[in-house]
Design a binder for this molecule. Sequence first.
Ligand SMILES: Cc1cc2nc3c(=O)[nH]c(=O)nc-3n(C[C@H](O)[C@H](O)[C@H](O)COP(=O)(O)O)c2cc1C
Length: 162
Amino acid sequence: MKASIVYHSVSGNTRKMAQVIAQAMEAVEGVEARAFSLEEVDEAWVKESACVIVGSPTYYASVSGETKLFLEKLGKYGVAGKLGGAFATANYIHGGGELAMQTILDHMLVCGMLVYSAGGSQGNPVIHLGPEAIGGHLEDAEETFTLYGRRMAQKAKELFKK
Ligand SMILES: Cc1cc2nc3c(=O)[nH]c(=O)nc-3n(C[C@H](O)[C@H](O)[C@H](O)COP(=O)(O)O)c2cc1C
């Protein structure tokens, strides 16, 4: 079962966290996960993915313009009915990362995706909209991103593995 993590990253923070998620998803048996920057998305792989996660740096308490442009083309990847998730990086804890994730999830809902994060259903750490990492302290978030990747992969398997 394929999974895609698509991210926008200029200074590398969002890329690093996308890789943490991909690694955690790969560790779940039967899941093949790949992380793609917006500039080099493997369209065929995304189309075949049961789960598509999008990550953005927080710009002005929202997604970056580049991420927004990608989200407006998300429908062309045939994502309706697939599992969707969001993550963000930011400079500040109260810098708007949650709003960036909400924007990603909104676009996924518009495309007919099944959005998921596990929320509080699996105990601590609770991950409500998605995981967020703060630049300069990325390592503090690695465990949560790993857990998030695992939870997303397990849910995708539960829903789509034949
Ligand atoms: C144009 C611009 C706007 C930004 N706006 C915010 C913001 O509103 N809140 C915040 O916490 N960080 C903000 N940041 C910081 C980035 O979200 C943060 O450094 C992010 O981790 C960068 O991701 P990257 O290394 O993947 O490019 C902004 C950065 C830029 C370049």
